[in-house]
Design a protein around this ligand. Structure first.
Ligand code: UN1
Length: 505
């Protein structure tokens, strides 16, 4: 089939949609993926056409009919091989992540490790899709709750985790008996093709090629089609709050399910008794890691007034040592922003902060004489909670430092933004820890102690509240969303007692 030999990221033009039949057609438009590092072309793809879309969805429906019958532990064996495929290509795929989205090598490889980890988790899960036995109120009756595969699942992913977030969804969905249709970000399509090929080629060896399919688009048309398509019972979407609101409305109108993982505006609180070494290390990784382009990146630092000067002067010194440049070069800690639009948002956020009374303590500029115009300085801005810009998520390495006097004040600032993804507290006092984690504490989906807001492990359920969308992906019982629940009542007696004691004869 056309497209298969060419399904190699280094090979120039690639095809646009992969389902059971391999290459299924294209509309003639090309999508060029360009590295944010130096503007070099990473690869080109053909955008999926309307017939592509239809063929992929029809294949997915057909494959689902067979895949759902495969015993879950057998599905797990296939996922184990896929995980091994990720393992074998960790260095190569990690490097591709670095080239296509600009992460440093350690973080590019870390992203593939995250895919390996969720594959391992899913293999275990394939033997643990447990239901319940429920005590019945009726004589000679038994009740059970069991879980069945749901159907084709649409996955819409963002540029910043171009492999891991798909893997969170795809590996779990696959052991649950679902098939996956992936619409990746048009800023990271080569990572998507390469990662999907690992999964698709393993599944193909077992006759289940269409379990992992892919739709390449250069805009939002196909993502919108997935959201509106009643053949897709679940759409899992990662991206901006604006995108998530639209997906949620469209999926909700047809009474489908969605899992939304949207923006964050994550705060770290540093109390007077914090271990400052830990706080600096945590803020460095959380704010500068991935050039501030994680949904979990630190945006706000709420620091106790008594340690504010110590914190800011130490953070400035640490920032001075951050080496910015080609993310594949050893020792570099921060690569470029994804594109010029991101650089413009960075510049606008800083300008807006200054106009609202913010004071730039470090950074604030776009770097000159770099291989592209996408490199910026990590930036520290002294701010106050009432500056409107502090309410916004800017996908860039900017932190707003806001002085606080009490933990209660910090919790109230932590919680007063629309987003509710991640949060963290640095303290040595167990009472402060418990207060932060109590129901009156952080309102976020993630609350950490003595570490930053980013870098979650796959074993926890990942996601957040309020405008972050309420979805949970990856660990614990997130799998339940990828299955349909069935409550079964069985009468093994020879009478027909009714629930609630109703007599009806
Ligand atoms: C994202 O930015 O969309 O917790 C996901 C983290 C990563 C995942 C981030 N494990 O930072």
């Amino acid at each position: 089939m056309a497209g298969e030999e060419d399904g190699n990221a280094q090979n120039g033009t690639l095809y646009s949609a992969w389902g059971k039949q391999g290459y299924v057609g294209q509309n003639g438009r090309k999508l060029r993926s360009v590295s944010p590092i130096d503007g070099q072309v990473v690869g080109e793809l053909l955008v999926a056409s309307d017939e592509c879309y239809e063929a992929v969805i029809e294949d997915a429906q057909e494959v689902f009919k067979e895949w759902r019958k495969v015993p879950a532990p057998e599905r797990g064996k296939i996922v184990r091989e896929i995980g091994n495929g990720f393992r074998d290509s960790k260095a190569q795929l990690g490097e591709l992540v670095s080239r296509e989205v600009g992460k440093i090598r350690a973080e590019g490889e870390g992203e593939i490790q995250e895919a390996i980890d969720i594959a391992d988790f899913s293999v275990g899960l394939s033997r643990q899709l447990y239901g319940l036995v429920i005590q019945s109120e009726r004589l000679d009756h038994r009740m059970i709750e069991q879980w069945h595969p749901l159907g084709p699942v649409g996955v819409i992913s963002a540029f910043n985790f171009p492999v891991a977030v798909w893997a969170w969804n795809a590996m779990v969905a696959a052991v649950c008996g679902d098939v996956v249709i992936w619409k990746p970000s048009n800023l990271a399509p080569i990572c998507a093709v390469t990662a999907n090929e690992i999964a698709r080629s393993v599944a193909k060896q077992y006759g289940f090629e269409g379990v992992f399919s892919l739709l390449i688009d250069d805009g939002d048309t196909l993502g919108k089609r997935l959201a509106a398509d009643p053949r897709i019972p679940l759409v899992s979407a990662t991206g901006s709050c604006e995108m998530g609101r639209s997906v949620s409305e469209v999926v909700g109108r047809r009474l489908g399910r969605s899992i939304l993982e949207l923006g964050g505006n994550n705060a770290v609180t540093i109390l007077a008794d914090a271990d400052m070494d830990l706080a600096i290390a945590g803020v460095l990784f959380g704010a500068v890691g991935t050039a501030g382009q994680r949904c979990t990146s630190i945006r706000r630092v709420l620091v106790h007034r008594s340690v504010q000067d110590e914190f800011t002067s130490r953070l400035k010194k640490t920032y001075q040592q951050v080496s910015i440049g080609d993310p594949l070069v050893e020792g570099v800690l921060m690569g470029p922003l994804i594109n010029q639009r991101a650089v413009e948002s960075y510049e606008l956020a800083i300008k807006t902060a200054i106009s609202q009374g913010g004071q730039v303590l470090y950074g604030g500029s776009v770097l000159q004489d770099m291989p592209s115009g996408n490199f910026v300085e990590p930036t520290i801005i002294l701010a106050s909670r009432d500056m409107p810009i502090v309410q916004e998520e800017t996908f860039a390495p900017i932190v707003f430092v806001i002085p606080i006097d009490t933990l209660e004040e910090a919790i109230s600032i932590n919680n007063e933004v629309r987003q509710g993804l991640s949060s963290a507290l640095f303290t040595r006092d167990m009472r402060s820890v418990e207060q932060f984690l109590a129901s009156v504490g952080s309102d976020c989906g993630i609350a950490n102690v003595n570490m930053g807001t980013s870098g979650a492990e796959i074993g926890g359920a990942f996601g957040g509240e309020k405008d972050t969308g309420g979805g949970r992906e990856s660990g614990t019982d997130s799998w339940k969303q990828y299955m349909r629940r069935q409550t079964c009542s069985i009468n093994y007696g020879n009478k027909m007692p009714l629930a609630q004691g109703i007599k009806f004869s």
